[in-house]
Design a protein around this ligand. Structure first.
Ligand SMILES: *Cc1c(COP(=O)(O)O)cnc(C)c1O
Length: 426
């Protein structure tokens, strides 16, 4: 796979380079030169998830990474069932992996690919998280040889459950609580990446959602969703994707470029830079607002240039997309309404995807919304809104019982680099 930097097409990299580097010069995203459509999609749809994903990812990536097939088998070791939630509407439940979020797909694949392409080098993954990403990355890299992971999160600002998923792993996973807010954690990470000497010294990698390997892994489950539909409902499929950084929908649009027949709904909370842009044509991010669907509290979605590039590549007009944004009140109302109607429990992100889909679903279409996190990850809100007491799934119940190992640091760059130099590679 050959990729180029969307901000500077003189920078050309292989897939392996793009995975190691993460981002290109001038913060440009890597994007494939070409995406050849798949042949025999119907035959592919008859295969199980792992062999189908092996064929799709091999087609995309080409002959780099000889052991790709076994990495995929190792990474995709949990199911993603399609569950009926209402008439002609299904949830694609992407939350049955180790940290109960769809990010497990991308993070587990990336961890294995990075392990395969980094050679003898020691790599330090440094990431700041406000929740799901850090947990998925930490779990995915646990015990990967010659890789250390340092996860920064703001002390007291992520749920105790989320923190446990990060700070109970131990070994090569190092949890650091920063006495500050998420933006300060992110600034510390940025500063480390701008510090060339330090970056080279510890072999920094960010493992964040702009890494191309994470997106490619996610292409697999769009095919899996359609494969689980009865054949007669595969023709007019519409996916609704709850969007934050727009990585998930980028993967869906790559699947569409490969030949998967589907339309897409862009579902946002009130951080609605994209819905406003598609209406008015002007890009005007507002101040980010905190909502119930906090993984989507993003007003400058960093994968957006890739969505635009895919639309250019395929000559898709914006009118192909349905687009919606919802307030917390509407989100909660949707959760209550579907729970009363069918008993299906939505967490806030899925609720936005479900309602945005229902708004536009037409007679004869099959709707699929992406369930990006297990409702128990948002237990407080879900319990309060629905008046229930959700049981904790095993992965969370286990983590809660384990002891935390965590270091507390002030918002201080020198303290962080000291800590990392002292800790990694041991
Ligand atoms: C990360 C996340 C999203 C947003 O996904 P993007 O790929 O950033 O658009 C949506 N829902 C949940 C639960 C998430 O963790």
């Amino acid at each position: 796979m050959k990729l180029y930097n969307l901000k500077d097409d003189s920078e050309q990299v292989s897939f392996a380079q793009a995975v190691v580097q993460g981002i290109g010069r001038g913060q440009g995203l890597f994007f494939p030169h070409a995406i050849e459509p798949l042949e025999n999609i119907e035959e592919l749809l008859r295969l199980p998830l792992v062999p189908r994903s092996q064929r799709i990812l091999r087609h995309l990536i080409g002959d780099e990474i000889p052991q790709l097939e076994s990495l995929i088998e190792d990474a995709f070791n949990f199911p993603c069932p399609l569950v009926k939630a209402a008439e002609n509407v299904y949830a694609l439940e992407l939350f049955h992996g180790p940290t109960l979020a769809f990010k497990d797909f991308g993070a587990r694949f990336m961890a294995r690919v990075l392990g395969a392409v980094k050679g003898e080098r020691h790599v330090t993954v440094l990431t700041a998280t406000s929740g799901d990403t850090g947990a998925a990355v930490a779990a995915a890299f646990k015990d990967q040889p010659n890789i250390d992971v340092v996860v920064l999160y703001p002390q007291g600002k992520i749920s105790p459950l989320q923190a446990k998923l990060i700070n109970t792993l131990g070994g090569n996973i190092h949890a650091v609580e920063i006495a500050g807010i998420f933006d300060q954690c992110q600034d510390l990470v940025k500063q480390a990446f701008d510090d060339t000497a330090f970056r080279n010294q510890v072999g920094l990698n960010s493992a964040n959602s702009i890494n191309i390997s994470r997106l490619l892994a996610q292409v697999s489950y769009y095919f899996e969703a359609v494969a689980q539909l009865p054949e007669h409902s595969r023709d007019r499929v519409i996916f609704s994707v709850p969007c934050g950084n727009f990585g998930n929908i980028t993967a869906g649009l790559i699947a569409k470029t490969l030949g998967l027949k589907a339309r897409f709904v862009i579902a946002c909370n009130v951080n609605d830079t994209v819905p406003r842009y598609l209406k008015s044509g002007s890009w005007e991010p507002h101040q980010t607002v905190a909502t119930l669907s906090n993984a989507m509290d993003i007003s400058r979605p960093n994968n957006w240039p890739r969505v635009e590039a895919l639309c250019r590549m395929n000559k898709w007009p914006w009118s192909d997309f349905a687009c919606n944004s919802m307030t917390d009140e509407e989100t909660a109302r949707t959760m209550v309404q579907l729970y009363k109607q069918s008993g299906y429990v939505l967490e806030p992100h899925a609720a936005i995807a479900y309602q945005s889909l229902s708004n536009v679903l037409k007679e004869g279409e099959t709707g699929i919304f992406l369930g990006t996190a297990h409702p128990a990850k948002f237990k407080q809100d879900v319990d309060r809104i629905l008046g229930i007491d959700l049981p904790l799934p095993d992965a969370l119940a286990q983590a809660v019982k384990k002891d935390s190992e965590v270091v507390r640091l002030e918002v201080n760059y020198a303290a962080l680099t000291d800590y990392i130099l002292k800790t990694v590679g041991q």
